[in-house]
Design a protein around this ligand. Structure first.
Ligand SMILES: [Zn+2]
Length: 257
């Protein structure tokens, strides 16, 4: 029978350090000289094997984004932002191209409600041996109200969100890096953490490779709605146009002279 679930190893899970709530736990990503299993390094950016591979039938890596424990994607310099996103996408697509995995996940958790355990900015690239994440991905997940676009790159606010409420999407073609892709990503994260109508401390970024495009979905995280948990019903708020206009006004409107 085909496997549809991702299996989690609880014996490894209990050993995993957590430092969102447990402030006493030292940050394992700051002790750079003690890091093991390094796979690639570009200045302060490091890709390494995950020391706590909780997922079965998977190859888990961690991408440490910076040597600054308190930095955040929304505040990186443009130079660091491009260096990081290019590094991440390159290693993700390289892992895909090895053909060793059924599919490869690339995602980021930030904040206590994101599902992450370590506060130090990082992402994860995970090769799945027998699961195809695309089975749960529909192109309509990326339909949305256009906020900004530039040379085949766009930022939208979902009109058919996957889980519900507010989901930002960006995309670019997969045949070359578009700087606007990373800049739109940074804009969405900055908006969520600084201007969101509800106080947001947490978000996820998920990357997808489909139809010769690279997509990213940026999702502010709150307590998940019960209607989604119980019935799989994503809810669509009635103020999406307001929010799309607000983001455009804050980040993209040129001043009228
Ligand atoms: Zn740290």
């Amino acid at each position: 029978m085909e496997n549809k679930h991702l299996h989690f190893n609880t014996a490894i899970g209990v050993k995993k350090p957590e430092n969102y709530r447990n402030k006493q736990t030292a940050c394992p990503f700051c002790e750079r000289e003690k890091l093991t299993g390094l796979l690639a390094v570009d200045g302060p950016i490091i890709l390494l094997k995950n020391k706590y591979p909780v997922l079965e039938n998977a190859y888990q890596t961690v991408l440490i984004e910076t040597d600054d424990c308190h930095a955040e994607l929304s505040t990186y310099s443009t130079e660091h932002l491009h260096r990081l996103i290019q590094f991440g996408i390159r290693h993700w697509l390289d892992m895909e191209q090895t053909g060793q995995y059924r599919s490869v996940l690339f995602f980021k958790n930030h904040g206590p409600l994101s599902g992450g355990t370590i506060a130090h900015p990082h992402m994860q690239i995970v090769g799945l041996n027998d699961l195809d994440y695309m089975e749960h991905v529909l192109p309509e997940m990326f339909d949305g109200i256009l906020i900004a676009e530039d040379e085949g790159t766009a930022l939208t606010l979902s009109t058919k969100p996957k889980v519900g409420f507010y989901e930002f999407n960006i995309w670019m073609k997969d045949d070359g890096y578009q700087p606007k892709f990373a800049e739109y990503l940074q804009t969405a994260v900055h908006y969520i953490l600084n201007h969101f109508p509800f106080k947001a401390t947490s978000y996820n970024v998920f990357f997808y490779h489909l139809n010769k495009r690279i997509y990213a979905k940026i999702v502010p995280r709150f307590v998940t709605t019960p209607l989604y948990i119980g019935y799989g019903l994503p809810q669509v708020p009635n103020n999406l146009n307001w929010m799309a206009e607000e983001v455009e006004k804050l980040y993209f409107k040129k001043e009228v002279v």
